[in-house]
Design a protein. Structure first.
Length: 199
């Protein structure tokens, strides 16, 4: 089990990641407008175009919000776990023109980012299985922040995220984004994200 220090992202780094993510989510959301109502699960409607396919694959035909959350988090953990080994050494596969210190920094960011993502996805699953629904989507969002730590480091060097060896990390990030969107929609359906009506 990784130490708690490895699982933590500094406050300043986390704040920067959150700012970047908010912009990325809004930008991707515009692309998601093209996803129509024929998607295979109501929990996937309106998700960004890059994330919706994974959501539909996992939740095809699912109509129960609680089952949808469990399925989505479980599938996302598997997806991220499968990508983790490749992401941990991804810095070493950057172009030779990039300094060794930068490569090592990216390796560390991706390693800690994936650990943080998995930690929070498992935490979210534990909350759901324990009957703690409210704000669980925030925990999944933290998982996305973790994995975006890796993406942000790679994007700084303008690598092509649609090509190997970076594609696997890109797919993992989109899976976590899909998980956050689907969990939020499922919690909405269960009435846990709606503020109480004022009298």
């Amino acid at each position: 089990m990784a130490s708690s220090r490895k699982l933590q992202i500094s406050f300043s780094s986390m704040a920067l990641v959150m700012i970047i993510i908010c912009g990325a989510w809004q930008e991707a959301g515009a692309a998601g407008d093209d996803i129509n109502s024929n998607s295979s699960s109501l929990f996937c409607d309106g998700l960004p175009a890059g994330s919706a396919p994974f959501c539909r694959e996992v939740l095809e035909g699912e109509t129960e919000w609680e089952k949808a959350i469990v399925k989505m988090i479980g599938a996302t953990v598997k997806k991220v776990k499968a990508a983790e080994p490749a992401a941990a050494g991804i810095g070493g596969r950057l172009p030779a023109s990039i300094p060794e210190a930068d490569r090592a920094n990216i390796d560390e960011k991706c390693k800690s980012g994936f650990e943080y993502a998995l930690h929070n996805l498992r935490r979210a699953m534990k909350r759901i299985r324990g009957g703690v629904y409210a704000r669980t989507d925030n925990v999944v969002y933290s998982a996305w922040a973790g994995i975006y730590e890796c993406s942000g480091a790679l994007n700084h060097f303008k690598v092509d995220m649609s090509e190997e060896p970076f594609k696997v990390q890109n797919h993992a990030e989109k899976a976590v984004a899909a998980c956050h969107g689907a969990v939020s929609k499922a919690l909405d359906a269960g009435g846990f994200n709606n503020p109480p009506l004022e009298n």
